[in-house]
Design a protein around this ligand. Sequence first.
Ligand SMILES: C[S@@+](CC[C@H](N)C(=O)[O-])C[C@H]1O[C@@H](n2cnc3c(N)ncnc32)[C@H](O)[C@@H]1O
Length: 243
Amino acid sequence: MSIVERLRAAGCVFAEDEAALLQEAADNPAHLEELVRQRIDGLPLEHVVGWALFCGQRVVVTRGVFVPRHRTELLVDLATELRPGVAVDLCCGSGAVGAVLQHRLPDATVYAADIDPAAVECARKNLTNVFEGDLFDALPSHLKGHIDVVVANVPYVPTDDIQFMPVEARDHEARVALDGGVDGLDAMRRVAAQAKHWLRPGGHLMSETSERQAPAALAAFTAAGLDARLVTSDDTTAVVGSA
Ligand SMILES: C[S@@+](CC[C@H](N)C(=O)[O-])C[C@H]1O[C@@H](n2cnc3c(N)ncnc32)[C@H](O)[C@@H]1O
C-alpha cells in the first residue's frame, strides 16, 4: 500500500497533502516510515512534523502543546489593527499568536507567558521574552500599567465537554490547555479581573470564546470594569475589552 492509501485507510481526509508533508519532514526512508506510523496511530499531523501553519507562518509546535487553530487568527488580526507598542500573548501555548504579532509588527515589544513548562519551552523556539507562570504573575512587574494589548486565548472548554472533543485534542493536548472549568470561563474571568492593573489606560484585552459562551464572556469583561464588545467572524467569536 502507498503512504497515501495507508493514511486514507487510517481516516486522514487530506491524505495526499499529509503524505507530502510527512515526506518533507522525513530525513530518510526509515524516518518517513516512523512518521507515517505515528500519524496512523493518531498523533496530530502538526505534532508529527513539528510545526503548524498559523496566519500563513510556520510555527514550531512540540508534542503535548496546544496546536494553534485557524479560528484564533481573528485575535491576531484584531490585535494587529491596534498596532500595539507593547503586546502580551497570555496563555501562549506554542507562542503562535505572539510570533505572528512580532512578525507583523517588528517594532513592537512582544511578551508571552504560559503555566505549562512544555508550552514555555516550545514558545521559546518561536519568540523571545517568554515567561513561565500563572497568568499575569508570570510577567515582569515593570509591565504593570504599560501594556497596549493582551491577547489571551485561554482554555475555555467546559470540563464536561472535553469528552466530546476530537480524540487528537483529548489525547495529545495537555488538559490544562483545554479545561476551562464548569462553564469554561474560569481562566477568562481571572484574566479579565486582573487586566486593568496591567493594561495602560485605553489598552485592550481580547479572548476567543464560543457563540454559546459569548454573553457570559462579555459579562465577565464588563464586570471587571472593561468597556467590552463582541466581534465575530465566520467561525469565531472574540470578546474585546478596553481599559
Ligand atoms: C487554548 S490554549 C491556547 C494556546 C495559544 N494561545 C494558541 O492560541 O495556540 C491555552 C493555553 O493556556 C495555558 N494556560 C492554562 N492555564 C493557565 C494559567 N493559569 N496561566 C497561564 N497559562 C495557562 C495552557 O497551558 C495552554 O497553553
